[in-house]
Design a protein around this ligand. Sequence first.
Ligand code: KE4
Length: 431
Amino acid sequence: MRSIKQSQAAFKRASQLMPGGVNSPVRAFKNVGGDPLFIQKGKKEYITDVDKNTYIDYVLSWGPLILGHADDYVVKQLQAAAERGTSYGAPTELETQLAEMIQKIVPSMEMMRMVSSGTEATMSAIRLARGYTHRDKIVKFIGNYHGHSDSLLVDAGSGMATFGINTSPGVPDEFALDTYTVPYNDVAAIKALFAQHGREIACVIVEPVAGNMGVIPGTPEFLKTLRQLTTENDALLIFDEVMSGFRAGYHGVQGLTKITPDLTTLGKVIGGGLPVGAFGGRRDIMEEITPEGQIYHAGTLSGNPLAMTAGISTISQLNPELYVEMEKKVARLTAGIKQAANQHHVPVTVHHVGTMWSYFFNPGPVNNFDDVQRSDVAFFARFFRQLLDQGIYTAPSQYETNFLSSKHTDADIDRTIDAFNAAFDAVVDHE
Ligand code: KE4
């Protein structure tokens, strides 16, 4: 067992001042047992904890670090930017530069606004959809997580699913009543909802590839139906690509499916590890945002120069060829996981889209939240801790996604597959 004494001391100290000793619940390892590791540094595909243990990292800050930790060029650009000042509360050309880069890669975002988190992006997009359509009802899908704004904390995934909470205390009933929830990938259910309430619905917000109940792709029929129903009912379709943007593929899920949403939300990768989100889409809709229009949006650090610099220097290093290389590694890794599970007679379902991957201890199929619920989360917890002990850092919850960076090597993939085999040996053969 690796010594984690320093992490345990740090966790004890942190727990005096922050609920659960963390600033975001899933980091607390509650779902997998044991104390969380306190990280001291990261470089490329590796992180090192305060006990000097090093791990191959597949969480990558929950998606942002597609170039791995402390990418040389990103760091150099940030150092220079910091010397010019950290924030002005006034426009800079950096915001325009990042917006132009994003628009080239996600052309449906004819106009956009930068914010400081994915939560702000989706919260603002919902307000915009309601203001633009003059309707209050919104639709989301069970197991999708869109950040922690009140209207969206209903039947959400990620930390909500991890802790079995389907609507958070503190969200007024009125908010929840304006949010319809439908099972993910359920074409009949969404058709029935629109047949009854279509003209009341301001928007449908969807993770077009779900990443907050593990990875579950939206089926082509499901996504096409959402596009058709929203168009027919003058409702807006919002693709929440905070996670899948620059992760499901270079052009996100809308690039893979050629389905164009009215609005898109982004985050994570576009900030390169610094706090950034964005919402954007059709010009006629975005022009309703203050000060052009009446629908309010604002933010002290929106478009922050350091965050823009991190985003620009990250995206400038991305290209379709890099995704081909990363996707080959993800395919090899997930095939290795499946083979290891089969050799140990453990039922497993493995999903991957682009640089996103996850495994369910579940015979499958896994197409929605109810399916995920049938996974063996107790086995997952034991397995996670075995991987950790072998220096493989994966998402500490069945309801999360693992990622890959451009710095992960073939040797890392080999070592990770070996670790999965060893973890099965340890967990299965000692049950
Ligand atoms: P943030 O507010 O956490 O930046 O973004 C919210 C959000 C919105 N939409 C999607 C599709 C997301 O995946 C997220 C955040 N993702 C989680 C990972 N499951 C963040 C990790 C955490 O909450 O600590």
